[in-house]
Design a protein around this ligand. Structure first.
Ligand SMILES: [Zn+2]
Length: 129
């Protein structure tokens, strides 16, 4: 019984955009939830900006990393979590990291080669005109 009274007392007094009561839980003192409390507007803005920055950085990285390497990066990130969780032998993870390094270096060389080739062709083209 006490539990029911306490939970209704801790519901947000704000309204949703459609005009219905918010009904979200209120943490700590006050009558408004995180989303409706005007005192936390700056905090909400900062969190929103940070979220935007993170997704923009991620999108930029996704564009820069060749599609063939993305799967490997995902595997290596997973391996890191597995080592941390104790479900993967750190020696196995080291072997994966070493192989990943070799693959990445090979790609880097290939990418540099193709960029140099493009620059050389560009230069050849400008000489003849
Ligand atoms: Zn609310």
């Amino acid at each position: 019984m006490t539990e029911v009274i306490r939970s209704t007392a801790n519901r947000c007094a704000g309204q949703r955009k459609d005009g219905t009561p918010c009904d979200a839980a209120v943490m700590g003192a006050g009558t408004l939830c995180y989303a409706h409390d005007p005192a936390r507007a700056a905090e909400r803005d900062q969190a929103r900006r940070k979220g935007g920055e993170n997704s923009a950085t991620r999108a930029r990285l996704d564009r820069l990393v060749p599609a063939t390497l993305r799967g490997m990066i995902a595997d290596l990130l997973e391996a890191m979590s597995d080592v941390r969780a104790g479900t993967l032998d750190p020696r196995q993870a080291s072997a994966l990291a070493a192989l990943g390094g070799v693959v990445t270096r090979a790609y880097s060389v290939g990418i540099l080669e193709s960029r140099i080739e493009a620059l050389e062709q560009q230069q050849e083209g400008s000489k003849s005109t």
